[in-house]
Design a protein around this ligand. Structure first.
Ligand code: HEM
Length: 441
């Protein structure tokens, strides 16, 4: 059995401080410095980080049942019973039911719903850029993606202010979860410490937001064909069982929160990179003009926009919204030629895989063309994860992002945005607001 590099860190904390400071960078750099595999310790917890495509494949695909989601995925009850945090037979049953809701009929409405949301955003952006010359990119994308998920999931609309407020609450709640997960000891959640009280009140407010949004649906959901309605009538063909009321509420919450921030960050980074790379932006506009002219894209048009798609893929390679996948070894395991003891926390670093040597010398550069060739390294690319837990919303997200990007590029010339850094929050986000100069085409 081969030895894996062990990063010692501080005798007491291990690498807790580096991990808390910049989790994405730390994991990605550590793994890539040691051929894609390294061990470390956070206080008493032993962890393994992976950025080697074949070993990541073992964890997520061929041996997925041996690598379960650990207690960190439970997020202190934020999404306790949703697909994102579950494992094992309970997860499988719920996934089968949820899968029925993500069918082609749903995808057929994502294009129109996204088009409406872009129209609304463009009206707001036109006012904003006339007074400032530029727009607040991250906020705009957050509003857009929240409008789309609210309509698709619950047939409802969400005011832009509410969208931002809910987004901030979720960020704060997950930051508190992260702080606990990297602390040597955290007081039980029922103790009234300042952090616990803050967390509990955020959790309550977020639960209340979802419950009241479900309650306020037009006609209380009757006759609707949105994701919530489809989920609530779904039955497992083997058992005839559907989701309980609690499970339905948890799944709705999971889909709502999983479905907007990820898409918003990927669109934000794509427009940022296009603003910095005018030649690429020009080629995108040429492709769109030749395929669509000024017409809004429909689902069936998307395969004829390969360069638009390549820009989104390349952006998610450089800035994967979900930058690492946490798992736990339930038993002693073997990965490649390495033995991994039971109880080891495993982190597949998506950022590390996306910058692995297999991407070539120019792996840190923005080069969408690499996805137009047939031979790009598929195993080293997984913005939506891989294997059985593959993102259930990946087609949804791709349609939404392509339609939104196409329509924005049809309307605007992009100027050069201010330069920002990266901050690993729920997703890999810009560390400050991006102001994107825009002018109408
Ligand atoms: C660019 C957008 C998105 C990205 C990058 C993304 C990324 C991911 C990743 C990496 C996973 C795998 C998690 C794991 O293996 O533990 C995942 C799972 C999941 N995603 Fe997404 N996602 C996106 C959009 C969406 C949307 C739009 C929805 C819903 C409308 C969604 C719902 C989910 C759910 C429910 C899971 C859990 C799947 C399971 O374990 O069965 N995601 N996503």
């Amino acid at each position: 059995m081969d030895e894996i590099h062990f990063e010692r860190g501080n005798p007491l904390f291990g690498v807790a401080q580096d991990l808390a400071r910049s989790p994405d960078r730390f994991l990605c750099d550590l793994a890539l410095r040691h051929d894609g595999l390294a061990r470390f310790r956070v206080f008493h917890r032993h962890m393994l980080v992976i950025a080697e495509p074949d070993i990541a494949h073992e964890v997520l695909v061929s041996k997925w049942q041996h690598f379960v989601r650990g207690r960190q995925s439970l997020n202190l009850g934020l999404f306790a019973k949703g697909l994102l945090s579950m494992s094992g037979p309970e997860w499988l049953e719920q996934r089968r039911l949820a899968q029925t809701a993500f069918n082609r009929d749903i995808l057929k409405s994502v294009d129109g719903v996204t088009a409406q949301a872009v129209e609304a955003l463009a009206a707001q952006w036109d006012a904003e850029r006339q007074s400032n010359g530029s727009v607040a990119l991250g906020n705009g994308m957050l509003q857009l993606s929240m409008a789309v998920i609210a309509r698709m999931l619950l047939s409802t609309t969400i005011a832009p202010d509410t969208a931002l407020h809910v987004g901030q609450m979720l960020q704060r709640a997950l930051q508190l979860v992260m702080r606990r997960n990297t602390a040597i000891w955290a007081p039980p959640i029922w103790l009234p410490t300042p952090d616990n009280l803050k967390f509990r009140s955020l959790r309550k407010a977020l639960n209340h937001f979802i419950a009241s949004t479900i309650n306020d649906r037009p006609e209380r959901g009757e006759g609707l064909t949105d994701l919530h309605a489809t989920l609530s009538s779904a039955r497992d063909p083997r058992t005839g069982r559907g989701l309980s009321a609690d499970a339905l509420a948890e799944e709705t919450k999971t889909l709502f929160f999983a479905g907007y921030e990820t898409v918003a960050t990927s669109l934000t980074w794509t427009l940022y990179l296009l603003g910095q790379n005018p030649a690429v932006a020009h080629s995108v506009q040429q492709e769109i003009a030749s395929v669509l002219g000024d017409r809004a894209p429909r689902l069936d048009d998307l395969p004829r926009l390969p360069y638009v798609r390549a820009c989104l893929m390349e952006t998610m390679r450089l800035y994967p919204p979900v930058y690492a996948l946490p798992r736990l070894t339930a038993e002693d395991e073997t990965l490649g030629s390495h033995r991994i003891p039971r109880g080891t926390g495993v982190l597949v670093s998506i950022s590390g895989l996306h910058r692995a040597p297999v991407w070539g010398e120019d792996r840190d550069a923005f080069r969408p063309e690499r996805f137009l060739k047939p031979d790009w390294p598929r195993r080293a690319y997984m913005p939506f994860g891989a294997g059985r837990h593959l993102c259930i919303g990946n087609d949804f997200a791709n349609v939404e992002a392509m339609v939104a990007l196409t329509m924005i590029m049809q309307r605007y010339h992009l100027g050069t945005p201010n330069t920002v850094g990266v901050r690993a929050r729920i997703t890999l986000s810009p560390d400050s607001e991006i102001r994107l100069p825009l002018s109408r085409r």
